[in-house]
Design a protein around this ligand. Structure first.
Ligand SMILES: Cc1ncc(COP(=O)(O)O)c(C=O)c1O
Length: 400
């Protein structure tokens, strides 16, 4: 069974990869884009680019309509209101925005809780905030499975916790985190909650009303959309508590030489010209995904993932990092450096991620200098995996 992907033909990058003899297994770093997204980008520019929210002319009106339609699509995708969708450059910018925008709510001695598995993007902005305001950064430990330990979280999230910031899906361990009980712990203490959806957003559809978080961030480029665009969702009441953080055009209601009054979200948090084409591309990516059968995507990804795990387990001396739930697998091989392996895989045209995955503290905690990570998208297929396994086999023969 070759496990073909019915979606692969929609992604022109795979023709280019095939021509170059390349196998792409790094979708957790960034995903390829369907033709529909490329068409939307070209359509925006070829149809006549214009700035949004400021022009009185027809091209400006068209661009504004398309840009705001993209916001509506994101809102619909997440089951949120359009006013709750702030466009950012990506997850990292969304998290930095929050770390500045919420600073005024924190007093010295307050606590921010993050987990031991966070990507640097969901650790360093809080670490910096803690240093600026003399806060205590509380690191929620992991249990044996590599998930945030709920029993310990219950003792660490307390009355001084101002904010809880956790990943939905670990970019290293590939495990869904127990968000519902964690967010309930934060809520019970009156703390705000931030969910880093960078990895989770692309696997299934997430209803933010059901999730009941205050903030949720993601990056378009991992969701088959262009880079340079991301989303900060904020519950209306939570957005109202955010301080403005970047200042300039279009985020202002009134300005004189000495003072200014700023717009509320979302436009108040989108200073300057936004990534208009990329936002339109994000709308097109969501339209593309909406036209596909979500159960068929989930079944395909699950079957491929099972095959990936089973294939990896056949290699002597290979250790999987935990039991990933979905779409990725990280591993190390006894006696072999991950960088050497990645080099030999690359020489054979296999693109996988190696190193510390922007999660140095987690890798340190696991006692590893680095690891390899294979990750899948809806367009990945069984042949990708077969080529990867053959290349891994060959690389290990050379290294041992
Ligand atoms: C879990 C997680 N959070 C945040 C990020 C940062 O995303 P971006 O670089 O698109 O801002 C990533 C990127 O890999 C990630 O995996």
């Amino acid at each position: 069974m070759s496990l073909p992907s019915p979606w692969r033909a929609d992604f022109p990058a795979f023709s280019a990869f095939a021509a170059d003899g390349l196998t792409y297994l790094d979708s957790a770093a960034t995903a390829q884009k369907p033709q529909a997204v490329l068409d939307a980008l070209l359509g925006h520019y070829a149809g006549g680019a214009a700035n949004v929210h400021r022009a009185q002319h027809l091209p400006g009106e068209r661009a504004t309509r398309a840009f705001e339609a993209a916001r509506d699509s994101v809102a619909q995708w997440l089951n949120a209101d359009s006013e709750e969708i702030v466009f950012t450059r990506g997850s990292t910018e969304g998290l930095n925005l929050l770390a500045y925008g919420l600073e005024h709510l924190c007093e010295p001695g307050d606590e921010i809780a993050v987990s031991a598995l966070e990507h640097h993007a969901n650790l360093l902005p809080w670490q910096q905030l803690a240093q600026r305001r003399q806060l205590r950064l509380v690191i929620l430990p992991l249990d044996a499975a590599g998930d945030i330990d709920l029993a310990q979280a219950a003792t660490l999230i307390g009355p001084r916790t101002r904010l809880l910031a956790v990943s939905q899906l670990s970019n290293v361990l590939g495990r869904w985190q127990p968000l519902a009980p964690l967010l309930a712990l934060a809520r019970a203490q009156g703390a705000l909650s931030v969910v880093d959806g960078a990895q989770g957003v692309v696997h299934g559809r997430h209803d933010l009303q059901a999730l009941d978080c205050d903030f949720y961030v993601f990056s378009g480029h991992k969701l088959y959309a262009p880079d340079g665009i991301g989303v900060l969702y904020g519950r209306r009441s939570a957005l109202a508590r955010l301080r403005h953080w970047q200042f300039g055009g279009e985020m202002v209601q009134f300005a004189d030489y000495r003072s200014a009054r700023f717009r509320p979200a979302p436009l108040g948090f989108e200073a300057g010209t936004p990534a208009i084409a990329a936002a339109i591309g994000l709308g097109a990516a969501l339209a593309y995904l909406s036209e596909q059968d979500p159960y068929a995507i989930a079944a395909h990804e699950a079957a491929l993932h099972q095959r990936l795990l089973a294939g990896l387990r056949r290699f002597d001396g290979l250790r999987l990092l935990g039991e990933p739930h979905t779409a990725l697998a990280s591993f190390v091989v006894e006696g072999v450096h991950n960088a050497d392996l990645a080099h030999l895989l690359n020489e054979q045209g296999i693109a996988v991620r190696a190193g510390q995955h922007c999660a140095m503290p987690l890798l340190q905690r696991l006692g590893l200098p680095g690891a390899l990570r294979v990750s899948l998208g809806l367009y990945s297929d069984g042949d990708d995996l077969e080529r990867f396994f053959a290349a891994l086999n060959h690389a290990l023969e050379l290294l041992r």
